[in-house]
Design a protein around this ligand. Structure first.
Ligand code: GSH
Length: 210
């Protein structure tokens, strides 16, 4: 098999498994567990890429890292670009916007919540003054953008939805999406896709998807 997805439990590599399933590619999964104390990835991942993070994809001996880049590259080059919005399409800018917004903007306050939360009471002022309002700022914006829509770009399911799905999962697990009904609806639509279900089977337990 020429494609191997190096999948860390409860991580962004869930996106890549889902992408592989949506594209109908033949691939193998190598699963990695997090350190139960630190929740960090095991050192073996550093043998594939210096950062030692997931996702990493290996294809014909070449290594691909960074989930957005993986999703963009494979969507563009596989299945005749069916999940991509290719250059020349009027929706291309909107597609790239959401594809990059996921890691470039939306994940930062959600990650800060995770890390600053580890400080307990010491982190509470920062959480209240800056992090929680920034999460609300981003989720409210996404919720408004999804009014009357099921997909983030081009009026159809694209790789941008796959990239954004992890933001919705992180939002759901770090504060909840109750105030954002459009995001709840969009996320339920993703989860009902057969390829999404198959990706869950391939990757093993994914509590963030609950
Ligand atoms: N922006 C990168 C982030 C990669 C990343 O931080 N992955 C996390 C999993 S969601 C990881 O490997 N964490 C374990 C660690 O840092 O040891 C991407 O989207 O691929």
């Amino acid at each position: 098999m020429s494609i191997i997805v190096h999948h860390l439990e409860e991580s962004r590599s869930q996106r890549v498994l889902w992408l592989m399933e949506e594209l109908g590619l033949d691939y193998a999964v190598k699963r990695y567990s997090r350190n139960p104390q630190t929740r960090l990835a095991p050192p073996e991942l550093k043998e594939l890429h210096p950062l030692g993070k997931s996702p990493v994809v290996e294809k014909n001996g070449r290594i691909y890292a960074e989930s957005g880049a993986i999703v963009e590259y494979f969507a563009e080059t596989e299945a005749h670009g069916a999940l991509s919005v290719l250059p020349g399409d009027p929706a291309r800018a909107e597609y790239l916007y959401w594809l990059h917004f996921a890691e470039g903007s939306a994940m930062l306050p959600l990650l800060l919540k995770l890390y600053v939360g580890m400080l307990g009471e010491n982190g509470a002022p920062l959480m209240q003054m800056r992090i929680d309002p920034e999460i609300a700022n981003h989720l409210s914006f996404m919720n408004s953008a999804m009014e009357g829509k099921d997909f983030f770009a081009a009026g159809r399911f694209t790789a941008a939805d796959i990239e954004m799905s992890f933001v919705l999962d992180a939002g759901a697990s770090r504060g909840g999406l109750e105030n954002y009904p459009n995001l709840v609806r969009v996320r339920a639509g993703y989860q009902s896709r057969p390829a999404y279900q198959r990706a869950l089977e391939k990757g093993g337990p994914y509590k963030m998807g609950a």
